[in-house]
Design a protein around this ligand. Structure first.
Ligand SMILES: [Zn+2]
Length: 424
């Protein structure tokens, strides 16, 4: 990506400007289909914010535009589609190596849980992260962030979780902070010390939970290294009771909450909803009786179909059931070395259409404003409206439905992240 710094920027010649203009809260039900498209449009950005989004001919008459014409940098979108920059609200950004042995074992027929029980899975990523320097982890994270930007993603949630010791979890969070400084988009850091119980605590789970609640959380909060605490609530990881304890500690230290739930086995969501998490992630399996309460809450269900794809599952999260129940649904990559080695939100959107029967409009809303809401950023990100952050993605297509239609490629030709233009 060639980077240009432009203080004042106008994007012109846009066939469809998909604004998603509306309320800052998560979209549900029929509202998941409302795109608010402006045809033959232009967007004006200044100081990292959107100043105006309108028909191009109206933009040219905008008094601000007329007055500042000489100092405005123009990006001609060539008749393409412009959307809000994607919000990838679930990534395991910091790791050291791909997990190729697990990949081959799974192809040969072993399941995720069998591989994990035999010492593969998350545990096999620990050694690499523990011995890597902060600079090495940061440079890997930065490379992934630029690939994400290249595909239209301008906001990324990034978790630690492959260190699982106080020192290496803090090092992972510091690596996220270092990578964020070198990237024009917005990064939200999450402490996932409770990813699995590490081998050295296998005979004393309670002691590891205490390590998370009384050391990792307080230190990450005090050093301002994380905004969120996450827990992998699953049969092979942490129980709902342990998750609730970790949530309480996170809240006590001013951190916001999110959890991996229902990837393999259903979880009692009611117990966790009391703590008002911003997101429940995966939701491959859930108890129907939890849906009415979830629908009434502001908690977003973040679905991660690239993980189902990569694990070779034929079952995907039941998005239709969640949407009918009124649950706010988001989509994210789950970028990680074990179960979802992709940075592509375009691939995720396609998988959600073909495997989960979400419409092209729904997947776009789920990948932008609803992802932003799942990160507490609904008032700043996820739609193209005056006053919001200037986060945009430009695609070389004539209709937004082509985004999930063309598989395995990348239609993104430019991004604007906090007002900074990058061209491919
Ligand atoms: Zn995850």
């Amino acid at each position: 990506l060639a980077k240009k710094q432009g203080k004042v920027l106008v994007l012109t010649n846009i066939t469809q400007l998909v604004t998603l203009a509306g309320s800052p809260g998560p979209r549900r039900g029929a509202a998941l289909q409302e795109l608010n498209i402006i045809t033959d449009a232009a967007v004006l950005c200044s100081g990292g914010k959107i100043v105006a989004a309108s028909k191009q001919r109206e933009m040219l008459k905008h008094p601000w535009f007329k007055k500042n014409k000489k100092k405005i940098e123009e990006f001609d979108c060539g008749g393409g589609v412009v959307t809000p920059g994607f919000v990838d609200s679930h990534t395991h950004l910091v790791f050291a190596e791909p997990r190729l042995v697990d990949f081959e074992k799974r192809i040969a027929g072993e399941t995720y849980e069998e591989i994990a029980a035999a010492g593969g899975g998350i545990k096999s990523s620990l050694a690499g992260v523990r011995k890597a320097s902060k600079a090495e982890l940061a440079s890997r994270a930065e490379a992934a962030l630029y690939k994400m930007l290249d595909g239209g993603t301008t906001t990324v949630e990034a978790k630690s979780g492959y260190g699982l010791s106080l020192e290496s979890e803090l090092k992972s969070l510091e690596a996220i902070k270092a990578a964020a400084k070198k990237w024009p988009g917005t990064l939200v850091a999450t402490l996932l010390g409770a990813h699995v119980v590490p081998p050295e605590f296998k005979d004393d789970r309670a002691a590891y939970v205490r390590e998370v609640t009384s050391k990792m959380i307080p230190q990450a909060a005090k050093k301002k290294l994380a905004e969120y605490v996450d827990v992998f609530c699953e049969r092979s990881a942490f129980t709902p009771e342990e998750t609730a304890k970790i949530f309480a500690a996170g809240r006590a230290h001013g951190l916001k909450l999110r959890a991996h739930v229902g990837q393999f086995t259903p979880c009692d969501l009611e117990k966790l909803l009391r703590h008002k998490p911003d997101s429940f992630d995966h939701m491959d399996v859930f108890r129907d009786e939890d849906l009415p309460r979830l629908a009434k809450s502001d908690t977003v269900a973040t679905l991660l179909p690239a993980a189902n794809y990569f694990l070779g599952h034929t079952k995907y999260p039941d998005a239709r059931k969640l949407i009918s129940a009124g649950v706010a649904v988001a989509l994210a990559t789950d970028y990680n070395p074990g179960t979802s080695p992709t940075t592509s939100m375009q691939f995720v959107m396609s998988a959600a259409c073909t495997q989960m029967k979400m419409s092209p409009a729904e997947v776009l809303v789920a990948s932008t404003i609803n992802g932003a809401c799942g990160l507490g950023l609904g008032d700043r990100k996820g739609s193209i409206q005056s006053g919001k952050d200037a986060d945009l993605a430009v695609f070389d297509i004539g209709d937004y439905r082509e985004l999930p239609y063309w598989i395995g490629g990348n239609a993104c030709v430019g991004t604007v992240a906090n007002g900074n233009l990058s061209e491919r």
